[in-house]
Design a protein around this ligand. Structure first.
Ligand SMILES: [Zn+2]
Length: 464
């Protein structure tokens, strides 16, 4: 038997990660195939950059070697690795015919010595659709190889980690604190501000925004989880910054439509929107008013009925005293017991399931006349109600972190509370109580605390 020398032709795809994995991968598969056939491999490698300019030195060298009889077989990953133009294929087939060249591809043998083989090769070259599928296959293989190597999928240094995938001492602590702050009610904007004030930029040297902080906190890698095509596919081989529960709770908050943890940007007052008008029930707004002596001061007022307005500082004082009084009580630690963490994953799946059913219902209603409008409304409302219940459980799950870092049951809680950012203060107030401001008798000068009505929510009840 003639000893077969096989040219292994490798063409490197544009390699996003710049680490030569693409060629390594093709080579592994091709060498394996050559060995299976009992052929001795000889490598020819071109890169895509020169190939796209029409220069393929290794390919030309291979053709020369085929013509010279130095190799008598060709192995490649797929025909599209071998040729870019139909004309190249024709030339190659002529050469193959002349030298009885054998061809093997990882994705399937093509016998160019038969009519059918040639037709197959031509059709294959012409069908663009196939390229798309093969691309997917190569990428899947790439992901698989990365997984085998235990290599993460990010191309350059990411925030929170060093170049060699250890925890970055400063940044990882910042990320950890950010999760805690976010889950206890801070807005992404306030976290971004804090980081910018600290002077720690993103890994690209940019200032932080609410958006970029949000993108960062959503990353599964922070919990040491590997992601592929937007799905968590397993554990990574790098250290986690936060535990999986924390990350999932944060994701749940992100996934909850109309999350209450995201007050409008620029909200600068403790009780706007939280405190309600005692006459019409609308959320109070902040305004600046002018006293008779010309001095200006901020007030909460109702812009629905205009029957309630009160000095902002005085109302804030009452509410802060009540909240801190509650948190300083010896039994305040019991607040933590209400916050059993439910199965966030399951809840989110439930929520998505209900949303899908609502979509389906709406589509069915739009498409045919099976349902009357009344039937549709009832079915839809029923689903909406269930969705609301599931979403409130998701929010409750996230709130398990509401009291993190507060010295519950101690008088020092007040100092700590006053040092919290506004979003977090608001979240705590919102979790513990409702605030209603009643109208006062016209002309009354003295601030009447009894007109600021505090009602404890379920978990605050014990305090009342
Ligand atoms: Zn009102």
């Amino acid at each position: 038997m003639v000893h077969m020398r096989a040219a292994i032709y490798l063409r490197q795809s544009l390699d996003r990660y710049g680490d030569g994995l693409a060629v390594t991968r093709q080579r592994e598969d091709c060498v394996k195939l050559a060995h299976q056939k009992g052929w001795t491999p000889v490598e020819y490698i071109d890169n895509d950059v020169s190939a796209s300019k029409g220069k393929r030195p290794a390919y030309e060298r291979m053709l020369t070697d085929i013509a010279a009889g130095k190799v008598n077989a060709v192995v490649c990953w797929d025909l599209d690795r071998l040729h870019r133009q139909p004309i190249e294929l024709e030339h190659f087939m002529a050469l193959a015919d002349k030298h009885n060249l054998l061809l093997a591809t990882v994705t399937g043998d093509v016998d160019l010595s038969t009519d059918n083989g040639r037709m197959f090769a031509r059709i294959k070259g012409a069908v663009a659709r196939a390229e798309v599928e093969r691309k997917g296959k190569r990428q899947t293989r790439a992901a698989q190889q990365r997984a085998e190597l235990g290599k993460p999928l990010w191309p350059c240094r990411v925030f929170g980690y060093t170049d060699d995938l250890a925890l970055h001492p400063v940044e990882s602590a910042m990320v950890r604190d950010a999760y805690r702050a976010f889950l206890s009610g801070s807005s992404l904007g306030s976290i971004a501000r804090e980081w910018n004030d600290k002077g720690v930029p993103s890994t690209r040297g940019n200032k932080w925004s609410a958006n970029t902080v949000g993108v960062l906190l959503k990353k599964p890698r922070n919990a040491g989880l590997r992601e592929y095509r937007g799905e968590v596919v397993g554990k990574g081989n790098w250290p986690a910054i936060v535990d999986e529960d924390t990350w999932r709770a944060a994701r749940a908050v992100f996934d909850t439509p109309g999350r209450r943890f995201a007050p409008a940007p620029g909200r600068r007052h403790l009780l706007t929107g939280l405190a309600r008008c005692g006459v019409c029930g609308q959320g109070l707004k902040a305004q600046i008013t002018r006293a008779r002596n010309g001095s200006r001061y901020p007030i909460y007022c109702c812009t629905g009925c205009f029957k309630v307005s009160r000095r902002m500082g005085r109302v804030d004082d009452v509410v802060i005293a009540m909240v801190c009084g509650r948190l300083a009580r010896a039994d305040a630690v019991e607040l933590l017991h209400d916050t059993d963490r439910p199965d966030v994953e399951q809840l989110r799946a439930d929520a998505n399931g209900i949303r899908a059913r609502m979509d389906g219902l709406a589509a069915a209603y739009a498409d045919d006349d099976i349902m009357t409008p009344a039937q549709f409304r009832i079915a839809n409302e029923r689903l909406a109600e269930r969705l609301k219940a599931v979403e409130s459980l998701l929010i409750a799950a996230a709130k398990a972190h509401l009291y993190d870092g507060l010295p519950l049951g101690s008088d020092s809680v007040r100092k700590k509370f006053e040092g919290l950012d506004l979003d977090r203060q608001r979240a705590l107030i919102d979790a513990l109580m409702t605030v209603t401001v009643l109208p006062t008798v016209r002309g009354q000068k003295v601030f009447d605390e009894s007109k600021v009505v505090i009602e404890w929510r379920a978990q605050g009840v014990a305090a009342a």
